[in-house]
Design a protein around this ligand. Structure first.
Ligand code: AMP
Ligand code: MG
Length: 391
């Protein structure tokens, strides 16, 4: 059976990119940057007081200082600080000529009106020097970065108000299964609510992509064919759930093939989610994920998500941290790479959560991490370190 790494390699082998668009930077949160950004001025742009206090000469700390005036943030100082002098200054204000130190207000006392004295023992300069963070022309953000609030701060500081980003991937989501009803209905006997479709749509949204929820399709070849045709025509990626295993009504791979999808694999050595289908028709990437909700959740995280980012020009490197087990862990078979929902404690120890298998999606809600158990590993002893991907 195909190993996980090999399957991911196949998916990422010939990625169809989405193209780019220019958007207002305020709307760029969670998008992927498609240009390098340089800053147009030094940061800070001038020597800046880092504290509220008095700007003076370090060599004068032992003497009484005459207060010449005050500089607020935003002012351009017209005063020059000479020996025995100081200027009251606010955090963020330009440090006046002649001063090399800002003493904190807390370490001063007024002696006579218009004069102060430093009461501390020593002081840092408390000045943020011009260009100590960045120089004009420095590259501050690189193509492929996913935009988070801290990146919005840098775009703001650089005055880069229109930003080139990758177009969002449009992902069609199709839930297959005669047993499924939409969540607003109470299921009749034998039926269950469709959770995968909406979970997958949310996972797509969380990646900064556009979900196109295409509803539930019955386990019927004709109906499946119809919705797959529509899915291939409308989307960059099609994600189906259910109908990919060995049941009598699992038509998805056959119908995909019939529609010209070149299926590149149908089984991967992972648990949960072995019967995962991946293929492509021209520019459209297609996944058939197993119907069990944990399988579809995890295989989205491990297979679909890296593709969505790659299509937008970003190389996703999921954080995987080695952390010690709080308990012994055993499994009977080790022929597949397995993900197990776990709880990561504050002190960084791993305990598997109660988990009844790939249908038990609630276990993922109780977990804050997924532990990865490589092929060949049967036991992980308490205290031994294991690979965990925080959720
Ligand atoms: P399948 O892969 O179609 O054989 O489905 C495997 C299991 O997952 C069955 O118990 C299905 O009822 C369940 N299942 C399939 N699709 C969904 C869905 N959209 N939401 C929740 N459970 C599902
Ligand atoms: Mg089914």
């Amino acid at each position: 059976m195909l190993a996980f790494d090999k399957a991911l390699e196949i998916i990422l082998d010939d990625v169809k990119r989405t193209g780019t668009e220019l958007i207002p930077y305020e709307e760029s949160l969670s998008r992927v940057l498609a240009e390098d950004i340089t800053i147009d001025s030094d940061m800070p742009p001038f020597d800046k007081a880092a504290m509220d206090g008095y700007a003076c000469r370090k060599s004068d700390l032992g003497t009484e200082l005459e207060v010449l005036g005050m500089i607020a943030a935003g002012d351009v100082p017209r005063l020059k600080v000479g020996p025995g002098q100081c200027v009251k200054i606010m955090t963020g204000a330009m440090v006046p000529e002649g001063a090399d130190t800002v003493i904190m207000s807390e370490f001063t006392k007024a002696t006579v009106p218009g004069f102060i004295r430093f009461t501390g023992e020593k002081t840092a300069s408390n000045i943020a020097y011009r260009a100590e963070e960045l120089r004009a022309g420095d590259r501050v953000l690189s193509k492929g970065v996913r935009i988070f609030p801290q990146h919005i701060a840098i775009l703001s500081a650089a005055g880069h108000t229109r930003v080139l980003v990758a177009k969002r991937v449009r992902a069609g989501i199709i839930s297959t299964g005669d047993e499924l009803v939409e969540p607003s209905f109470r299921p009749e006997p034998g039926k269950i609510r469709n959770s995968n479709g909406h979970q997958l749509a949310a996972q797509v949204t969380a990646c900064g992509c556009t979900p196109n929820y295409m509803g539930i399709v019955a386990d019927d070849k004709g109906a499946t064919d119809h919705v797959i045709k529509k899915g291939l025509a409308e989307n960059d990626v099609v994600i189906l759930s259910g109908g990919v295993s060995a049941g009598d009504f699992d038509f998805v791979p056959e119908v995909l093939q019939h529609n010209g999808v070149n299926i590149m694999f149908q089984k991967v050595a992972v648990k949960p989610g072995r019967p995962t289908v991946y293929g492509r028709k021209e520019k459209v990437h297609v996944f058939g994920l197993p119907g069990n909700p944990v399988s579809s959740f995890i295989n989205f995280e491990t297979f679909v998500k890296p593709l969505l980012f790659a299509m937008m020009g970003s190389h996703l490197q999921p954080l995987e941290i080695k952390m010690p087990m709080a308990v012994d862990f055993n499994r009977k078979k080790a022929d597949r790479q397995e993900y197990v929902p776990v709880h990561i404690s504050i002190s960084g120890e791993i305990t598997p959560v109660r988990y009844r298998g790939s249908a038990h999606i609630h276990a993922i809600c109780e977990a804050n991490g997924l532990m990865r158990i490589p092929i060949g590993v049967f036991k992980i002893k308490r205290g031994a370190k294991t690979y965990v991907r925080p959720l």
